[in-house]
Ligand binder design. Structure first.
Ligand code: NAD
Ligand code: USQ
Length: 406
């Protein structure tokens, strides 16, 4: 297949590009490199030394003979070029990673909120409108998030996108219907993914676009089978308080002898998936497209759930790291249970990689190797969800717990 990977220079996008290229597909990376610019804005860098996208593509060609095509394009701002590109290249499938994906970044300031909404919503809507205009029958696979559901449960597993409900009619009869599972985003970033869902619903129903939305949990790990093949194929690894995600952060904190930064009691339960499984799920989703006229196909792309304090305890046991409980800069429940249905990927053949000492150690080893690249001042999460929280937690004149741990 000819596959367009929008956001193919990113943390999940790059290993996906390599995985699909290895399977023999013709890959076109479309990216505006905004993530690299955001590193510059924040004054941080990936823990791992990433080469330019052009250099990465050159190494892959040298190693495998397969050409990766790179196109510098902002899909949120350059609608006409996107439409022209789709019409000219006519991909069979499009994988859409190209959004601002960090919840803390989306909450730094009003400017960051506006950027995240403008970028993410316009990116998704431009893509859908351009696919219709170009008369493209490509299968669109979007990377969404488990966070569209919120993280609470009434005890039943969170279903894969849709919920059967029963309503009472005026005469007293009861009638069943199927609805999108109610959204409950916990950040401006997660809110944009909730808005994406409605855009997909409309274009599938109105224009018969074939769309799969992957509600993914937190991705951990850094290597895949392909990124291991050459030092210059190494993946991005975010450790900072805005872009680093919790388990990868704990592993790097352990490697640099920094206390593991648990927010609040650490009773938040979240869904996780290893990077290797993430790229495999995308392959599986591509193999099972919906038909034109079908509702949006929604998968829960996760393999296990964990409580944050349990993860910290596991990493501490493995590495001897110290754990610290910090005031939480986010507005979120301190404790929650989470049960998730992921039967569809299991039925398609996913064999989950679960948290295992070997894989955790591999990340710590990578982190130790590049520890000299870490700026310890950038480790704490200081993006506060509200002004009140900022006053209590981040701007605490007594010298906040957030700063005192380093
Ligand atoms: P990332 O920030 O590393 O990669 C996103 C890529 O998209 C970057 O290379 C960026 O330059 C590009 N991009 C952003 N806006 C663009 C635009 N307007 N035009 C063109 N390119 C643009 O993120 P990631 O961790 O690889 O995540 C990829 C997707 O998966 C995101 O949509 C994210 O919401 C979703 N996701 C990620 C995780 C995770 O833990 N990393 C978990 C669940 C879902
Ligand atoms: N947390 C800590 N300590 C830290 C960092 C985070 O306790 O040092 C806590 C947070 O307060 C939160 C949980 O860990 O309760 C998860 O935080 P995270 O930064 O790992 O994940 P999140 O902000 O939800 O976002 C990440 C990705 C996002 C994706 C989402 C999937 O950045 O792109 O959509 O995971 S999910 O969480 O399932 O919605």
């Amino acid at each position: 297949m000819r596959i367009a990977v929008l956001g193919g220079d990113g943390f999940v996008g790059w290993p996906t590009v390599l995985h699909l290229s290895q399977l023999g597909h013709e890959i076109h990376i479309v990216d505006n490199l905004s993530r690299r610019w955001i590193d510059t804005e924040l004054g941080v860098q990936s823990l791992t030394p990433m080469d330019s996208i052009q250099e990465r593509c050159r190494i892959w060609k040298q190693l495998t003979g397969a050409k990766l095509h790179f196109h510098l394009l902002d899909i949120a701002q350059d609608y006409e070029r996107l439409k022209g590109w789709l019409a000219a290249h006519r991909p069979d499938a499009i994988i859409h990673f190209a959004e601002q994906r960090a919840a803390p970044y989306s909450m730094i300031s009003d400017r960051h909120k506006v950027y995240t909404v403008n970028n993410n919503v316009a990116a998704t809507h431009n893509l859908l409108a351009a696919m219709v205009e170009a008369g493209l029958d490509a299968h669109l696979v979007h990377l969404g998030t488990m966070g569209v559901y919120g993280y609470s449960t009434i005890g039943a597993p969170i279903p894969e996108g849709y919920l059967d409900v029963e309503v009472t009619l005026p005469g007293g009869d009861r009638k069943g219907m199927e609805i999108l599972y109610p959204t409950r985003p916990g950040s401006v970033y997660h809110m944009t993914k909730s808005l994406d869902q409605i855009l997909f619903q409309f274009y599938a129903q109105n224009d018969g676009l074939r769309i799969t939305d992957l509600h993914q949990g937190i991705v951990w790990g850094t290597h895949t089978d392909q990124t291991r093949r050459h030092e210059q194929l190494i993946n991005r690894f975010d450790y900072d308080g805005d872009y680093g995600t919790v388990l990868n952060r704990f592993l790097i904190q352990a490697a640099i002898d920094y206390p593991l930064t648990v927010h609040g009691s650490g009773g938040q339960t979240r869904a996780f998936i290893h990077l290797q499984d993430s790229v495999r799920c995308i392959e599986l989703a591509l193999s099972d497209p919906p038909a034109a006229g079908d509702r949006v196909k929604i998968f829960n792309q996760m393999t296990e759930t964990h409580r944050i304090r349990d993860l910290a305890a596991m990493v501490a046991r493995l590495t001897g790291a110290r754990v610290v409980n910090l005031p939480n800069p986010r507005k979120e429940a301190d404790e929650n249970a989470l049960v998730v249905d992921n039967a569809q990927f299991l039925a398609l053949g996913l064999e989950p990689t679960t948290l295992a000492d070997g894989l955790l150690t591999e990340v710590v080893d990578v982190a130790r190797r590049y520890a000299h690249r870490v700026d310890r001042k950038r480790v704490p999460c200081v993006s506060a969800w509200t002004r009140d929280i900022a006053r209590r937690v981040v701007d605490d004149p007594e010298g906040s717990a957030l700063r005192s741990v380093s």
